[in-house]
Design a protein around this ligand. Structure first.
Ligand code: HMG
Ligand code: MG
Length: 298
């Protein structure tokens, strides 16, 4: 059976823009977030409080957040460590995400740490955030495949997932960072997580669309009971530290499917598409989303 409603966790301003070569002006980012909230998205991941040299595109987090004070949506931000948390708390952030890896290679490339060291780095961050009443999402990258290590054993993913949740994360987002998953693999991982007593209600799915499987994977996850789905307006995105990662599942493609299934999202597809067309013109290239193209004759 399928859920009656799905919560979309919009990641365009963060996962989308972190990978852009041209630096998007802060005012344009602020308008992007406002327009996404106006289109009915109630969770918009706004930026990251990471090292500015690692992700130069998001180095303006301090300038951006005050411009979002009137946005009527939840605005989670990525935070890897204590320094990132302090920066976020100073700006009144109410929701953060730490981001771990199921593989050693990506933990090293993305966080300059082993898997164990990164969990040690996150532990005090999650504890301090919860102490401050801040909601914590945990991301787990490379759940289905890794560009350096290849296929990732399900048991290995389940082990790190369990550890992230045990740190105190309210929610865990399963990342197919390079977009190699297929629906059978998604079902296999969710089944194993269920057997490890991770309830579907605490899970989100985060698919990149490299092989065009993101929608099929999403449907498999919905059938399994997951009701939070990550997506990026216009299909923007990728990860600068993962070779061959393309954009996320496009929010428009997701909303088109969910509307067709009669599943409520609260998102106005026309407004959202107009926003992605506007953003594409700012970035100087068309959106890769099939739905954006079909609806805008772009
Ligand atoms: P490091 O070099 O090991 O840092 O990087 P360090 O702890 O050794 O500190 C070195 C210096 O950086 C110090 O300054 C710190 O203060 C400073 P110094 O004392 O030398 O002057 N520093 C910071 N400055 C500002 N903000 C901070 C911060 N932290 C340290 N937060 C670090 C470790 C984690 C910082 C680095 O590896 C990093 O920033 N990584 C972020 C990478 C990233 O953002 N990747 C993209 C997001 S993940 C993703 O896209 C996947 C996802 O979408 C899910 C999926 O698709 O799978 C979420
Ligand atoms: Mg991602």
């Amino acid at each position: 059976s399928l859920p009656a409603r799905v919560r979309i966790h919009e990641v365009g301003p963060r996962d989308g823009l972190q990978n852009e070569k041209t630096v998007v002006p802060t005012e344009v980012k602020a308008e992007f977030v406002h327009r996404l909230a106006d289109a009915g998205l109630d969770t918009v991941e706004a930026t990251s409080f990471v090292h500015p040299k690692w992700v130069p595109q998001l180095a303006d987090a301090e300038q951006l957040m005050p411009l979002l004070a009137d946005v009527p949506a939840r605005l989670p931000v990525l935070v890897p460590n204590r320094r990132g948390l302090d920066r976020a708390l100073a700006l009144g952030v109410r929701e953060i995400a730490v981001f771990g890896s199921a593989t050693e290679a990506f933990a090293r490339a993305n966080l300059n740490r082993t898997v164990d060291e990164s969990l040690e780095m996150f532990a005090p961050v999650v504890a301090a955030a919860r102490e401050a009443g801040v909601r914590v999402r945990g991301y787990l990258s490379m759940c289905f495949g890794d560009p350096w290590e290849g296929a990732v054993p399900v048991a290995q993913v389940v082990r790190v997932a369990r550890r992230l949740l045990d740190l105190g994360c309210d929610e865990l987002s399963l990342g197919d960072t390079i977009g190699v998953a297929t629906p059978g693999h998604v079902t296999a991982l969710l089944t194993e997580l269920g057997e490890a007593e991770v309830p579907a209600a605490r899970l989100a799915v985060h698919f990149h669309d490299t092989y065009g499987q993101a929608l099929a994977n999403t449907l498999a996850a919905l059938r399994y009971g997951v009701t939070t789905v990550d997506a990026s307006a216009g299909g923007l995105g990728g990860c600068p530290y993962a070779r061959s990662a393309t954009g996320n599942l496009a929010t428009e493609d997701l909303v088109w499917m969910l509307d067709g299934l009669g599943i409520h999202t609260g998102v106005d597809l026309g407004r959202l598409t107009a926003t992605s067309v506007w953003m594409a013109s700012r970035l100087g290239r068309p959106s890769p989303s099939r739905t954006v193209r079909a609806l805008s004759h772009q």
